[in-house]
Every structure is written in C-alpha cells, then in structure tokens.
Write a protein that binds this ligand. Structure first.
Ligand SMILES: Cc1ncc(COP(=O)(O)O)c(C=O)c1O
Length: 450
C-alpha cells in the first residue's frame, strides 16, 4: 500500500480475492492451532499493513476501516509522524521503567495530560499499558484516597477483564461466567439508555430518574453512601452499544457523587482522545470527573493506559501502585505526537466528519426499518438493529449478518452490545470515505433484509 499511497486510499475498498484469500486462510489455520480461543474474531481479516483509514490484507485486498482496531488508531494506521516519533525514540532507548527511574518523555506526557485533562489541576498521572490497567489504577486510587471500599458501576458497562475492572464490567455474561467470585463491594445501577429507558420515560421528560435506583435502592437497602469510594462510568457506553446518555444523567451523577463525597471516575478508554470531537466525551456535558481513565487512542496503537487525577487525589505514597512497563518511552513518544495531531486537526475532523457521518447514517433509517436507532458523537456512532420498531425486538442475528455483509463488501465494522454495530474509524477519515462507508452499509442492510 505504501507504494501506491493516496491512489490506494482513494480506491479502498478494493477486493481482489474471495474472502478470506489463500494467504489469509493459511494464517488463520495456524493461528487457530496456537492462539487462545477466547478471542472473538468475527471475520477473517488478516492485516498486512495499514495507512490512514485503509487496511490491506495479506492477499492484497483493501478495506475501509471503521473499527480503528477497536477505537485505537486515532491518528490513522501508521501515521508517518507517529511512526517517526516511535523510530526516533526506539533508537535512543526502549525501556528503563518509569516506575524506578526517570526520563523526560514521561514528565512531558504528564504535563500534556495535565493540559488536556477534563478537570481542574494541578494533576498527576499514573502510567500503565492498557485500558484495564487504567481502570484498575483509578479504582485503587479511589479506594486509597477515600478510605472507602465500595464501587458503583453501570449495567452494560465494559471496563476491562482483570479482576477489579471485570467486577465492574457488566456487558456480556460470557465475560464474567466462570470467573467468580468478583471483588466484593461492587454494585451496579441501570445506565441511561434512552432508546430502552430502564424506567420507561422518554428523553424529553427525563431528569435521569434511572439514577433514583442509586439513591432510593442501593443507598437504602444495600450500601451506605459514606462507604462508597467511587462511581465508575463511561460517558458514552462503548462495548454496551455506543449508548449516549442524556446530559442530565452525568450532570446529576456528578451532583449525587459530590453530595456524598464519592469520587466520579470517567472511563474514557473508548470515548476519549478526540473521538467525539472533544478530547474527552465528558466535556460535552460540562461535568468534571475526579479521575479519568485513558487508553486505546492515546498512543495511536502502542500500548498505554493512564489514570489522571488532581494532585490532591493522586497523593498515594511510593510503593502503593506501579507497573514495570507502564509509560514505556516509545509509547510516550507516540502519545505526545498523537495529542499534538489531535489538537492540531483531528479532533476537529472527528467533529465535522462525524456530524456528516451521523446524518448520513440516520438517513438510512428512512430506507431500512431494521435500523431502530442511530446515535453518537463525533466519530463514535452506534446503529441499533431491531426486528420491529414498535416492540424494539433485538435483531441480534441480523446484526451479526450485517457485520459479515460489510466485511464481504470491504468495510470493517464491529458489533457493540447485543444488537448494535459501532462505527469507530480512525479520526483521519475523510468525508468521501464516510460516504463510501454509508453506501456500503446501505447495500449491506438491503442484502440482510432480503
Ligand atoms: C470503556 C473501556 N474501558 C476499558 C476497556 C479495557 O481496555 P483494554 O482492553 O485495553 O484492557 C475497554 C476496552 O474495550 C473499554 O472500551
């Protein structure tokens, strides 16, 4: 692909072989013998290289990528400036462990994070390697700081798969089955899914009454609020179905947590780093969290997970928490370049191309009754499929078929929740590429309707 550059980008998707092609097939067979069967590969994509929002597979097929490797490659696949920063740092040193030694890059990234953090500073940041580590750090910090031991999360939430974050995760039961017992003192409340309101209201008459469950059920029957360390929330639920709560939900949640001295942790692992048109999704509703968990898009594909908090909160002493690889210098270099590119242009691109894509995706509802709901912010768009718009019966089989149909047509998308698909392309997506994606979705929806 790099040999044909812009021409190939314009051409994607372009399929040369049936899928999977012969080389992809051979690799998938080898993989099937040796790689953990716990992974969830929906279709047989074997990437050879990527550029921008285009992915080339090992058989030379070009795909338009609306997954960004699960919302990770924020600046596009192998952005040349990110790659240069990685190479430059790799030549100097690969590792020294920022937990036991110093390097300027980690300090500089801390400063940059402080400049973009969605709450007042001064801040401090903890560095790990993944989303789940960012969440674990946030949970541990909240417990340590408040000297309280309970956590409240939301039904439908995904926070990761290590034991603390998995205890808060309440997305798919497969993710939890077989792994009990979970961390004691983890409670769940209904999330504000306005398409399927848990308290049967409509968004126009709603004052986030779903939060009454916390105040009038949890705090009355199960847990005293003065023993709750934190409420952990995704400002837009990701794996749960790209569900955008009404503004009042996060605003009321902030008021409720402040009232009881409970910390509010925003899990921005998926919704953060410019994807929604602002650096963090919580900024859309004017709410300041106490701790923000960051990963995925922060380093454009290199592993990095971060918990950022005001210095007054992140005041734990040496030895309380650390991670050998956390804040790896190469990942820090990639993150610094990513943040610069997001601020310079890509956050704005996510806003404008995202608005265009959301409108185009909503227009599909006129032609395809199976599309029950389209929602999103920026380039974080969810499409929920239903068998009947009245009953909202979940069209899970049809959703799975749509993901496959898109792949067969050269468009990479992923499912989210039980019956939605998500569009989470690299933030370099052009308007033309957005239109191509919508055209393919249109044809794929028609195909599954036949
Ligand atoms: C909101 C959210 N939090 C946490 C995680 C866990 O991240 P990781 O898979 O990097 O551990 C994810 C992953 O999808 C996520 O979407």
């Amino acid at each position: 692909m790099s040999d044909v550059g812009a021409a190939s980008r314009a051409a994607a998707p372009h399929l040369k072989t049936s899928l999977p092609g012969p080389k992809a097939k051979a690799i998938i067979e080898r993989d099937g013998r040796v790689v953990s069967p716990s992974y969830t590969r929906d279709y047989p994509l074997v990437i050879a290289r990527g550029e921008g929002a285009t992915v080339e597979d090992v058989d030379g097929n070009l795909f338009l990528d609306c997954t960004a490797g699960i919302a990770v490659t924020a600046t596009g696949h192998s952005h040349p400036e990110v790659v240069s920063a990685i190479i430059e740092q790799a030549r100097k040193f690969l590792h020294m462990s920022g937990t036991d030694f110093y390097y300027e890059l980690q300090a500089r990234l801390g400063e940059e994070l402080s400049a973009i953090a969605p709450m007042k500073g001064p801040h401090r940041s903890f560095f790990g390697n993944s989303g789940t580590e960012a969440v674990e750090a946030a949970l541990k910090l909240a417990k340590y700081y408040t000297k309280r031991h309970n956590i409240i999360a939301f039904l439908g939430a995904f926070h990761g798969r290590s034991m603390g974050s998995l205890s808060a995760t309440a997305s798919k039961v497969t993710q939890r089955k077989g792994f009990a017992p979970f961390v004691p003192g983890t409670y769940h409340a209904p999330f504000a899914d306005c398409y399927r309101c848990p308290v049967n209201l409509t968004p126009d008459s709603c004052a986030a009454e779903c939060l009454d469950f916390i105040e009038h059920q949890l705090f009355v029957h199960l847990v005293s609020p003065d023993e709750v360390a934190a409420v952990l929330v995704e400002p837009i639920q990701g794996e749960g179905g790209y569900i955008v709560p009404p503004d009042v939900f996060l605003q009321r949640l902030r008021a409720l947590t402040s009232k009881h001295g409970i910390l509010l942790i925003a899990d921005e692992v998926q919704s953060g780093m410019g994807r929604t048109g602002k650096m963090f999704a919580i900024e859309h509703v004017g709410v300041e969290p106490d701790i923000v968990a960051i990963a995925k898009g922060i380093a454009s594909g290199l592993p990095l997970g971060i918990a950022t908090a005001p210095a007054t909160v992140m005041s734990w002493p040496p030895g309380t928490h650390a991670s050998t690889f956390g804040g790896n210098p190469v990942a820090c270099a990639a993150a610094l370049t990513t943040i610069r590119l997001l601020r310079d242009s890509l956050m704005k691109n996510a806003e404008t191309v995202g608005a265009h894509m959301l409108a185009g995706t909503k227009a599909l509802m006129e032609k395809h009754p199976i599309v029950g709901d389209v929602r999103g912010r920026g380039l974080m768009i969810g499409i929920e499929l239903v068998r009947d718009r009245g009953t909202k019966e979940r069209a899970t089989t049809e959703r799975n078929a749509l993901v496959q149909e898109c792949f067969r047509r050269g468009l990479l998308v992923l499912g989210a929740g039980r019956n939605a698909i998500r569009l989470s392309p690299p933030l370099v997506l052009t308007t033309k590429q957005a239109d191509t994606a919508i055209e393919i979705l249109d044809r794929a929806l028609a195909a599954i309707g036949q």
